[in-house]
Design a binder for this molecule. Structure first.
Ligand SMILES: *Cc1c(COP(=O)(O)O)cnc(C)c1O
Length: 383
């Protein structure tokens, strides 16, 4: 008889390693024997594999998803005097890359159903200085990309200059909008291989995916100190190279990604059924897949209404059930962005989401019994 469930981890990467450990170890052994630890053949192979997987022309590795965002802005020459619109309800790196290049950060609000950037809110923030918008495919679901493409076209018609669309796909590798993968809707798309992402390395890593030859070329130059040829620097870049260890691990894992994504999707469906059976309508709002999109479920984020989110979280923690709040504050509420002068209620949907969201375990190897335990525990607290 299986032992009864009395705890559920938020994420258990050991279960994943148990299924592919031998292959990972062999791949790392190869890197050790090759003596090539920075970029090199494993990184080149990963860049080719990710470009093929994404159906994109180029993929350029770098040190993290945060650096991918920074490099994308450097590649489009964003800087002083430019405004860049990002959501406030996102991970910090989506916003912090903007002041890092000297540009002005402008926050827009999110759609309450998808938690992704709201096109109407973005439109209200555009000025003649807007250089780019960074669209985040939050929690694994694509944002409304046809709306953002239309916004970019209208902007160009009105102001006679290009509005760049950068996709932050850190949580959404493999997600699709109307049958086309994320990464192919904007001018450049940023991936993260942080271990908790759907395709996670054994450390930090990131990549820029693009169909634009010039952007890809510039990212390659800028990730290596703007150096070409060796020791000749055309402009000031950064040191942001992907290491061969990460690429070797990721090359092994990429072959499993679609299987793992399907397992995440099955877990999301099971939660949906369990929550429906628990009769928590109104108290818990489950995440919805919207329209013609492929959701890759990096997070399963419920809303807990009635001001009970924090108490529920404390209860689940006491029961040793992993859960987390992504994100407890909008970026516009962060101390380091106080200088921008936003009041919390300036972005009402961001403020409401930050007070209601709770992410539950959704990793591929999560067991049905564990999901039952999670939902039963939520039900006994709220019911
Ligand atoms: C993880 C993440 C990043 C940053 O990626 P790192 O690899 O951790 O630097 C950027 N944006 C979003 C939305 C993320 O989830």
């Amino acid at each position: 008889m299986a032992s009864p469930i009395n705890s559920v981890p938020m994420l258990d990467l050991k279960r994943q390693f148990n299924s592919i450990g031998a292959e990972i170890n062999a791949a790392l052994q190869n890197v050790n024997e090759s003596g090539q630890f920075i970029l090199g053949p494993e990184v080149k192979k990963l860049e080719e594999n990710i470009a093929a997987y994404s159906h994109s022309k180029h993929a350029v590795g770098c040190a993290s998803g945060s650096d991918a965002l920074l490099l994308a802005l450097m590649a489009i020459r964003a800087g002083k005097g430019d405004e860049i619109v990002t959501p406030s309800f996102t991970f910090f790196a989506t916003g912090s890359c903007v002041p890092r290049v000297g540009a002005d950060l402008v926050f827009a609000d999110v759609d309450p159903v998808t938690f992704c950037l709201d096109p109407k809110s973005v439109e209200s923030k555009l000025t003649e200085k807007t250089k780019a918008i960074i669209v985040v495919h939050l929690f694994g679901q694509a944002a409304d990309m046809s709306a953002f493409q239309r916004i970019a076209r209208d902007y160009e018609a009105k102001y006679g200059r290009k509005l760049y669309v950068i996709e932050d796909s850190a949580q959404a590798i493999g997600a699709e909008y109307e049958g086309v993968q994320v990464g192919n809707w904007g001018d450049a798309s940023c991936l993260s291989f942080y271990p908790t992402k759907n395709l996670g390395g054994a450390g930090d890593g990131g990549m820029i995916v693009s169909n634009d030859d010039e952007i890809a070329e510039r990212v390659k130059l800028l990730r290596g100190h703007g150096m070409s040829p060796r020791y000749y620097h055309k402009e000031i870049g950064v040191n942001s190279r992907l290491d061969s260890y990460q690429a070797a691990v990721l090359n092994v894992k990429l072959s499993r990604l679609d299987t793992w994504t399907a397992m995440r999707g099955a877990n999301a469906e099971r939660y949906e059924k369990l929550f429906a059976a628990a009769g928590l309508e109104g108290a818990v709002i489950t995440p919805q897949k919207v329209g013609n999109r492929r959701h890759v479920w990096n997070q399963y984020t419920i809303r807990v209404t009635g001001g009970k989110r924090d108490a529920l979280r404390a209860y689940l923690q006491e029961k040793k059930i992993g859960c987390d709040i992504y994100y407890p504050l909008g970026l516009h509420q962060q101390e380091c962005f106080a200088y921008l002068g936003y009041a919390p209620e300036d972005l009402p949907e961001t403020l409401r989401a930050a007070g209601e969201v709770l992410a539950l375990p959704i990793f591929p190897e999560l067991l049905p019994e564990e999901q039952e335990y999670v939902v039963n525990s939520i039900s006994s607290f709220l019911g």
